[in-house]
Design a protein around this ligand. Structure first.
Ligand code: ATP
Ligand code: F6P
Length: 473
């Protein structure tokens, strides 16, 4: 009997060797050799242009791919000396203001350079306006001296209405205006922008020697210059796919399957009769949640997701990348059978579920890598409903909610539950709706015995049919 194996650590763009400081050859999840480069992504743009939002998304995306990234927000450094500045603080003729702002930028760059000394730390985002050519040159020189590449990312947007909406959405609640009247805060912030406008210089041909990506009007035009390597192009490609149109993503596991009933994993089973009931209720649940919004449904290529989606009156697309985690030689076994036949591996999986790879199968880490195009497509899309499987759903959820690799493989996602995720500035809102159709539980807690309860673990909801539960992360 073959022993199962452990997935090697760090399949995606992580160092294969850490002996050389600046330029190690690495292999990503699909076996592509990439150079180990340390990159400082330097945000550029007037206030309220979405720089912080972009920076946070990039950090979350890279973290999901196991690339260690960190954001250094100059505003946070400035707040230590000047917690609640008025617009006049940002006037360049205000010498004291200038001194404190430069000191904040220096402190952030210094911390960032120290952070880069750890070999695993690959991408830093320097989040500030960096709105003059002189400031950007200073950052580039500092990074060059440390052997750190720079990628300047400018967000340029002159849509007054959008900027005012941004100010109202995020700026009036910023710590800079804590306890202040929102109307007054919005006025002051508008004035702060005016201070920056006086000195703002967009990236142009004078900076043709720099690597940059200029995002104009939320991506309606993108100018890229001197993108040099794989990692930079991954970041730029991600940025090119982002949009800020309001939308939601709904995710659901397939209805209860015959394998769920018998406690077997993997396979390509049909729905149970309760699973079929869930499929019949799903259109009503989706309608209640999404109203008349246009939607596209994505399923895997396995029968149980297509069967669950079959009554949904929307365009459907099936993706191989959404198929359940491949359990290799354990496909078709119950957890109890795996524990009996492969006790060591059963234990090893509990110890490091994210990295554990079934013999001839996959780990959670492998699933994340194959889901990357799905995430990219999701970022480009608007309202999407994904009907998929437990492990795949956990990985998609982890991307949106920033869940850790330790926690995400253990997340409880009951059958017959529809999850609505709504990306908002700096957070994703979550809502769960349960169908009033019982189903077995397929969840097993870390270190617990491999038992299977063929009777429904989920209690029947009284009425109404859908129980909403709202959580914000
Ligand atoms: P500051 O310089 O004050 O820190 P900022 O540029 O970092 O401002 P954010 O705090 O990120 O701005 O602003 C978030 C708002 O910007 C959100 O309302 C978001 O919808 C919006 N936004 C996101 N991306 C863009 C973009 N490319 N252009 C304009 N607005 C955007
Ligand atoms: O005004 C927006 C802001 O984020 C401030 O909070 C922060 O002090 C400043 O930008 C940082 O950018 P700069 O490098 O231009 O001072």
């Amino acid at each position: 009997r073959p022993e199962l194996n452990r997935a090697p650590q760090g399949d995606f763009m992580r160092p294969a060797s850490r002996s050389r400081a600046h330029s190690n050859a690495k292999t990503n999840g699909v076996g592509v050799q990439v150079e180990e480069t340390r990159i400082c992504v330097v945000m550029v743009g007037l206030p309220a242009r979405g720089k912080s939002l972009i920076a946070q998304k990039v950090v979350r995306y890279l973290g999901w791919l196991s690339i260690t990234a960190k954001c250094f927000n100059v505003g946070n450094y400035r707040r230590t000396s000047t917690p609640q500045p008025s617009a006049a603080f940002f006037d360049t003729s205000n010498k004291e203001g200038e001194r404190l702002r430069m000191a904040a930028a220096e402190a952030a760059v210094k911390d960032m350079c120290n952070w880069f000394r750890k070999p695993d730390n690959l991408i830093a985002i320097l989040d500030a306006t960096n709105s003059t050519k002189a400031r950007r040159r200073w950052i580039k020189d500092r990074c060059d001296a440390e052997g750190i590449e720079t990628l300047f990312v400018e967000s340029k947007c002159d849509d007054e209405e959008l900027i005012m909406a941004n100010i109202k959405e995020v700026k009036t609640t910023s710590p800079d205006y804590k306890g202040q009247d929102p109307e007054e805060a919005a006025r002051d912030f508008r004035e702060r922008i005016r201070m920056y406008e006086r000195v703002y210089e967009t990236l142009d041909e004078d900076e043709a020697d720099m690597t940059y990506c200029k995002i104009i009007d939320v991506g309606s035009q993108v100018i890229i210059n001197r993108i040099q390597d794989y990692l930079q192009s991954r970041v730029v490609y991600y940025l090119m796919n982002l949009h800020i149109k309001p939308r939601s993503i709904w995710i659901s596991r397939h209805g209860e399957s015959m394998y769920n009933l018998s406690g077997q994993i993997g396979g390509d089973a049909n729905l149970s009769s309760r699973g079929e009931q869930y499929a019949k209720l799903l259109p009503e649940m989706v309608k209640k949640s999404a109203g008349d919004l246009p939607l596209t449904v994505w399923t895997s290529t396995l029968k149980r997701t297509a069967q669950t989606a079959r009554y949904l009156p929307y365009e459907k697309l099936s993706w191989k990348a959404l198929d359940e985690l491949d359990s290799g030689v354990c496909d078709g076994l119950t957890y109890a059978e795996i524990e009996a036949q492969y006790p060591q591996d059963f234990k090893a999986r509990d110890e490091d579920k994210y990295n554990y790879r079934y013999l001839g199968g996959e780990s959670y880490r492998d699933v994340v890598i194959r889901l990357e195009p799905i995430i990219m497509e999701l970022e480009r899309s608007e309202n999407i409903l994904i009907v998929t499987h437990q492990a795949v759903l956990r990985c998609i959820y982890a991307y949106f909610m920033g869940s850790s690799q330790e926690q995400s493989p253990w997340m409880e996602v009951p059958l017959h539950c529809l999850i609505k995720l709504t990306p908002r500035a700096y957070k994703t809102e979550e809502e769960r709706m349960f169908a009033d159709v019982p189903a077995v539980s397929t969840w097993r807690g870390k270190g617990t015995k491999a038992e299977h309860a063929p009777t429904p673990a989920q209690s029947v909801a009284p009425s109404p049919m859908i129980k909403p539960e709202i959580k914000v992360t």
